[in-house]
Design a protein around this ligand. Structure first.
Ligand code: OGA
Ligand code: NI
Length: 364
């Protein structure tokens, strides 16, 4: 009798959390046995392969925002932020106030985790019906091409969403590094959120008032080297389902590419900076004024690359839809329907990473 009840509620999506993903092999482990191997499941269709050889748009640069100037309410810097959100959906922030030591510790903790023997890492492995933990997400079919990447996803805020079952608690310094990093990033994200609120026609607390306490999740991406980076993708083209995302990337190795006016542009690393991108939720709230831009990561032959993406998200039960201040029936008609955030995120995790397919679903 009891079993039936559990099954019924699972069918309705209750108790399922954010979603599930098929379990896939670790690409890092496959390469330990044969570093030259490029298994069929990872070889992209011709049309999806990256062009590695040259970048014709080398001179185009993702806008750089000086965060200390935003704190001083510098009108020019605020205008730059507005333009970056409108025209790029991406910007890099410098002078953001997160101490270098905290970023270095976070990167070291992540590297130490991925260097652990597979058996040890597997203690944090995600289950098929979970999205937290070590493994891969967004795999919905056995036929789907796989990304050249292993990842670890952990929820970090609010505190009660932390599930230590997925944290490598015996790895010295890991928990402390993640706690410290996530706390510092939250300070930065609060400032971004205050600025976006004002740019979207509200006071500094506008988004917080509307969306409640934000959630934060951290995705650590480990991209091993690849003998044929021209055939594979580190991470498939996608937009992020967050309000916005802060990415700590390798200080030297290129990997992240942004689709800007239909061409793929490298987001060249600036040491100690953070890459910020607008996610689907801000695209919806801003009624399409600020776009969540498609991006992807490519792999390389020389060095493994690591990146740490921190997603800032509304609460699960919050309704998201165009803000009143961003809708004007005559000039800016409402172009997205309202949706509960958890329904949006469940829909996202139920599909493979596929460009902008997810925002299309809520478009009017
Ligand atoms: C992500 C992402 C890009 C990168 O994790 O959502 O887009 O460069 N990562 O790792
Ligand atoms: Ni992303």
């Amino acid at each position: 009798m009891e079993l039936k009840v559990v099954k019924a509620s699972v069918e309705k999506g209750e108790g399922l959390g954010w979603g599930k993903s098929l379990l896939v092999p670790s690409i890092q482990e496959i390469l330990k046995n044969d570093s030259q191997s490029v298994p069929e499941r990872y070889i992209q269709e011709q049309k999806d392969r990256p062009l590695i050889s040259q970048n014709l748009f080398d001179s185009l640069q993702v806008p750089v925002i000086d965060f200390s100037m935003l704190a001083q309410k510098d009108a020019n810097e605020i205008r730059k932020l507005d333009l970056a959100c409108k025209e790029w959906g991406f910007f890099q922030i410098i002078n953001h106030g997160v101490r270098e030591e905290i970023m270095v510790n976070m990167k070291a903790a992540m590297a130490a985790f991925f260097e652990l023997p597979f058996q040890e890492k597997s203690k944090c492995a995600k289950a098929a019906n979970e999205i937290q933990g070590y493994g891969q997400n967004f795999v919905v079919s056995e036929k789907q091409k796989l990304d050249w990447c292993d990842m670890m996803f952990l929820k970090t805020f609010p505190h009660e969403t932390r599930n230590f079952k997925f944290w490598p608690l015996t790895l010295p310094g890991f928990k402390e590094a993640v706690e410290e990093y996530s706390t510092e990033i939250r300070k930065v994200s609060n400032k971004i959120d205050a600025n976006l609120s004002v740019l979207m026609g509200m006071d500094e607390n506008g988004l917080k008032r509307k969306l409640g306490e934000f959630q934060q999740g951290i995705r650590m991406n480990y991209y091993p080297t690849c003998s044929r980076p021209d055939l594979v993708l580190g991470i498939s083209p996608h937009s992020d389902g967050s309000l916005f995302t802060l990415l700590l990337q390798d200080d030297e190795i290129n990997g992240l590419q942004i689709k800007h006016k239909e061409v793929w542009i490298d987001a060249k690393p600036i040491p100690n900076s953070l890459v910020v991108n607008i996610g689907d939720a801000i695209e919806i709230l801003s009624n399409g004024m600020y776009k969540s831009i498609e991006h992807r990561a490519i792999s390389n032959e020389k060095k493994p690359r690591m990146s740490i993406a921190t997603f800032v998200m509304p609460g699960d039960e919050v309704q998201i839809g165009p803000l009143d201040s961003m809708v004007n029936e005559k000039h800016l008609p409402r172009s997205y329907r309202n949706i509960k955030y958890i329904d949006y995120i469940r829909q996202k995790f139920a599909m493979k990473m596929q460009g902008k397919a997810h925002t299309a679903i809520v478009k009017l």
